[in-house]
Write a protein that binds this ligand. Structure first.
Ligand code: NAD
Length: 522
């Protein structure tokens, strides 16, 4: 029954430091509004990236467990679909209030499992919360259209939910990205299966607890765990009608293809290599601070991190000054006061990032600031890579061609704005691009000619708020960008259109003979 609440509490403990957890608790699933321990014999160990202490074990959900979650979502669909929009809206209001109330708890789980600083983790939660807040306006967003198409005849359009939908989430935004799906999918009447990243599912489990407390009926939101096996189950399960994926190109291109082959809708946001063109006429102080913040915040593990600079004309030596600002940033455990960036997600990620830095050195670039081998004194065992700036990079270098996904800024030089635009457009990714300039004319030209889907003008990370949509382009989104997350396109993704044409006329006026011609409605 919508609106009723009970007291299921997530078994995610509230930790506000990186001290070793004496007795890690296994992560559970969430099915039918209850936390369910897995009977799996396959478990994925999850370590705090700042210490490499064990935090929890995440199950590879068994096929039976995943089927039970889908059965729960299928069973819930009819009732949820027919729950009035106003009743669903009331639950969403309550969900929003609860997320705000549990903001710090959610953020703490992110800092512990993912590594980002507590302040940044609060931002992760906020960006997801804003999607839920925007979903509360569904009563004006989901209105259809009506037109009197002929005398006594009108056509009305409706948007109806799809059924069971699923989300497959990445590690880097453990709250925001599940919240790209949960509010939009449920407010439009769908039920969902969420697969958080196996590397940091804690925030998602708390979001499930809060959903139950907000009054979502059993089965509307379910959480299963695991890696490729779970993904394949979702891809092949006929009851799942749509899949939302955010993550790397390797996984996402496979997921988009197989989901499409299976006749499912799929939205898939993929990798990135975000550039900023720096023009000599910009506000230099603003640009340097914005660049250092956007390159190294979250240890560069944001799909919209500013990872590549194109220094135009006489700005070619500004990289040294960015390095000075980067040196001021404090790399530390995410719960520590004043920490600016935390560790990267895993020892493997650290090794990969360091090897990409080394490749740049071998290929002739200049390492202006070297984060290899750095670590904060109190966290000797974490996955640390300090802010790194690589100058004199060219387009053929490995560090330019690959998404590094770490605190590494690569800098290229360009003689003119034309050349900078060419470099950026030649790149196969198209998530975001920014320009720093004081000239409206230059910014307008950049905005029109650049092929990236999200453009910042003196804004380094131009992620649109949820009244717009997340509009990556080129290789950063599968399917040519037809299905984007949140905003109006997000709502359209989770709904099917229905049009109804009706004819109401006085009975005595109806002709006695059938008309066999195609109606012309004139
Ligand atoms: P990932 O692709 O490794 O994992 C994402 C999800 O896919 C996880 O749930 C994982 O279990 C699953 N997965 C991983 N490998 C798989 C495989 N071989 N087969 C099936 N499923 C698989 O991504 P990640 O490392 O968690 O996240 C980082 C990546 O996500 C970066 O490339 C980043 O740019 C991208 N990202 C993009 C956006 C965006 O909006 N464009 C946002 C956040 C992150």
């Amino acid at each position: 029954q919508a609106g009723t609440t009970s007291a299921a509490t997530s078994p995610v403990e509230y930790h506000t430091n990186h001290d070793q957890i004496q007795q890690p608790i296994d992560t559970q699933m969430f099915v039918d509004n209850a936390f369910v321990p897995s009977k799996s014999d396959q478990w994925i160990e999850l370590y705090d990236p700042a210490t490499n202490n064990l935090v929890t074990r995440v199950p590879q959900s068994t096929t039976e467990e995943m089927k039970a979650a889908v059965a729960s979502a299928e069973k819930a669909f009819a009732g949820w679909k027919s729950t009035s929009l106003l009743a669903r809206q009331q639950i969403m209001f309550k969900y929003v209030a609860l997320i705000r109330e549990h903001w710090d708890r959610l953020a703490a789980s992110i800092t512990l499992e993912q590594g980002k600083t507590f302040a940044d983790a609060r931002g992760d939660v906020l960006r997801g919360l804003q999607v839920a807040e925007t979903a509360c306006g569904i009563t004006t967003q989901m209105q259809g259209e009506v037109l009197e198409v002929a005398k006594d005849m009108e056509t009305r359009s409706y948007r109806e939910p799809l059924g069971v939908v699923a989300a497959i989430c990445p590690f880097n935004f453990p709250a925001m990205i599940p919240l790209w799906t949960i509010p939009v999918a449920t407010i439009t009447g769908n039920t969902c299966i969420i697969k958080p990243s196996e590397r940091d599912p804690g925030a998602c489990m708390i979001l499930a607890e809060l959903a139950e407390k907000a009054g979502f009926p059993p089965g509307v939101i379910n959480i299963i765990h695991g890696s490729a096996k779970t993904v394949d189950f979702i891809l092949d399960e006929p009851a799942i009608k749509a899949i939302s994926f955010v993550g790397s190109n390797k996984a996402g291109e496979y997921i988009y293809k197989r989901a499409s082959e299976n006749g499912k809708r799929c939205q898939a946001n993929l990798g990135a290599k975000n550039h900023a063109a720096v023009l000599p006429d910009c506000n230099k102080n603003h640009a340097l601070n914005a660049i250092a913040g956007a390159a190294f915040g979250a240890a560069g593990q944001r799909c919209m991190a500013l990872s590549t600079l194109v220094l135009v004309g006489e700005t070619s030596n500004w990289a040294t000054e960015i390095a000075e600002r980067a040196k001021q940033l404090s790399m530390n455990g995410g719960f520590e006061e004043g920490a600016d960036l935390g560790p990267v997600i895993s020892p493997q990620a650290k090794e990969r990032i360091e090897s990409l830095i080394s490749s740049a050195e071998k290929e002739g670039a200049t390492i202006l600031l070297d984060g290899r081998g750095q670590k904060p004194a109190n966290y000797p065992n974490g996955n640390w890579v300090g802010p790194t700036i690589i100058a004199n990079v060219t387009k053929d270098m490995t560090c330019y061609k690959e998404e590094i996904f770490g605190p590494v800024l690569v800098c290229l030089n360009a003689a003119t704005l034309d050349e900078a635009i060419q470099v950026i457009n030649d790149n196969e990714y198209g998530n975001g691009a920014a320009i720093f300039t004081r000239s409206g004319a230059t910014a307008t030209r950049f905005q029109k000619e650049i092929e990236a889907g999200q453009v910042g003008i003196n804004v380094p990370i131009p992620v649109p708020l949820p009244m717009f949509s997340f509009t990556g382009n080129k290789k950063s989104i599968a399917g040519g960008g037809a299905n984007t997350f949140y905003g109006k396109p997000g709502m359209n993704f989770y709904t099917q259109q229905k049009t109804v044409t009706s004819f109401w006329k006085a009975e005595d006026a109806v002709s006695a003979k059938a008309n066999v011609n195609m109606p012309t409605q004139s």
